[in-house]
Design a protein around this ligand. Structure first.
Ligand code: UDP
Length: 331
């Protein structure tokens, strides 16, 4: 950590961003959060953290934020992030996600900020040519969402070449779980992610879980994903900041262990001790059969070791959050 500097966290009121803010503060970093609260929750950011309610489309606002704080590094989470929505509304993704990141990068470079951590995605790899997926697998985004992140990754590449801005692109597999202290968790509206949906069914807030297809080429026919704890993702961001002292890099972040939709539902039955009714429905467009990360690079180069590699432990933290906050942040 460089003394006297502040870290700008865009999307710091969102799911992964808010956990990262907590992790940064626990390690003594000073942060300022910028969030338009479209997906984020004001209550997910502690009241003693400087908070700017605003949009990355507002270039003048960004200039002010960089002028008012000595921003040593940017951690960029704020983005539209739903694969399914991006297939219906592609320009919202390759439009807003890219222009907003461009505004942010311009403001950062103009202000002399030379470190940038990007929230990126496994969707970059589309339907991958092999699995587990390391950083040498061909990039062929599976959706306009993934494409938008890839374009931002490429902008960072050129910002490094031209301006000496160092970056870390962190490609998350399936972010899951909640802060073990019970204060932060997942709260999307509408919720589309498997684990919170399964836990809503356990709580009785949904009649059942619909399994999107059971005819995939996987052991039980349902899709296999690599669920990675949100606090482990936050930890990787803090470690990536250290890497930026010397160089840039790309990292795939997962546990290297895949679980099927049926296995996730079984884990939730074990953890909650409750019945969870399921129905099998059609496939969801754009879902590849299997996405599992090879994170050896993050482990060796960032010194990253997930603290919650076990699926039941991940589900347990999410369940604790759901039980305490059945209506999420309540806003
Ligand atoms: N899924 C499902 N039913 C649901 C939500 C998700 O069967 O109600 C499946 C989905 O098809 C995918 C996996 O669960 O195979 C994880 O989906 P999620 O939306 O959580 O994350 P994604 O893999 O899209 O990033």
């Amino acid at each position: 950590m460089t003394t006297g500097e502040t870290l700008l966290v865009t999307g710091g009121a969102g799911y992964v961003g808010s956990h990262c803010v907590a992790e940064l503060r626990a390690r003594g970093h000073r942060v300022v959060v910028l969030d338009n609260l479209q997906q984020g929750h004001r209550a997910a950011v502690p009241t003693d953290v400087p908070f700017v309610a605003g949009d990355l489309a507002d270039a003048a606002l960004l200039r002010r934020v960089f002028a008012e704080h000595r921003i040593g590094a940017v951690l960029h989470f704020a983005a539209n992030s739903l694969v399914g929505e991006s297939m219906r509304d592609p320009f919202k993704y390759v439009g807003d996600n890219v222009t907003n990141a461009l505004n942010l990068l311009r403001a950062a470079v103009d202000a002399g900020t030379r470190r940038f951590v990007l929230s990126s995605t496994a969707n970059l790899f589309g339907t991958p040519e092999r699995t587990p997926i390391d950083e040498t697998v061909t990039i062929d985004p599976g959706s306009p969402y993934g494409e938008s992140k890839f374009i931002v990754e490429r902008m960072l590449h050129w910002a490094d070449r031209v301006y000496g801005l160092r970056f870390a692109c962190l490609r998350y597999f399936n972010a899951a779980g909640a802060h073990p202290d019970g204060t932060l968790g997942e709260d999307h509206d509408p919720e589309t992610h498997l684990i919170p949906i399964v836990l809503d069914a356990a709580l009785g807030k949904r009649s059942h879980v619909e399994i999107f297809g059971d005819d995939y080429a996987t052991p039980d026919g349902t899709c296999v994903r690599d669920y990675v704890h949100v606090c482990d993702l936050a930890d990787a961001h803090v470690k990536a900041l250290d890497l930026l002292a010397t160089r840039s890099g790309h990292f795939n972040l997962g546990n290297g262990q895949g679980y099927s939709v049926k296995q996730v539902i079984e884990a939730a039955r074990r953890v909650t001790g409750r019945d969870i009714a399921v129905k099998v429905g059609p496939r969801r467009p754009g879902d590849p059969a299997t996405l599992v990360a090879a994170s050896a690079r993050a482990m060796s180069e960032l010194g990253w070791t997930p603290r919650f590699p076990d699926l039941d432990a991940i589900v347990r933290t999410a369940w604790e959050w759901k039980r305490r906050h059945p209506d999420g942040y309540g806003d």
